[in-house]
Ligand binder design. Sequence first.
Ligand SMILES: [Zn+2]
Length: 127
Amino acid sequence: MFISLVSVPIPCLAAEDETGLKKIVEYDQRTDRLIGFCDKGTGSQHQCNPELEVYIGSDLAKLKEAFQSHVIGGYARVILINPLHKKLPAMVLFLQFTCNCFDINDVSNQFNREIQWRKLIYLQICT
Ligand SMILES: [Zn+2]
């Protein structure tokens, strides 16, 4: 018996979905970041930022400031890559917490960026 890796191009579809969440913020110990905020600001000044990262480090003032100035997303928005192969699962390409403050231009720009990522994905299959 032997296992070999074979590189073959597999067609993939990208899909986007969104679901409601309980508004919570969690600490990710691995990255030392808070997860669950969508960006700073309130009202008409607010726009969800798909690239937001709230780094805390050892500064408790940053923790306090994050909760005072950021909006907690009530939705999770995900972009999945679905390989068109029965043995390959869907893969999460992108995950964002949001409060639905974004528009068609934001989504279009992001999809164009993610499509560039998709061109870089090359799957290997164990046979
Ligand atoms: Zn938001």
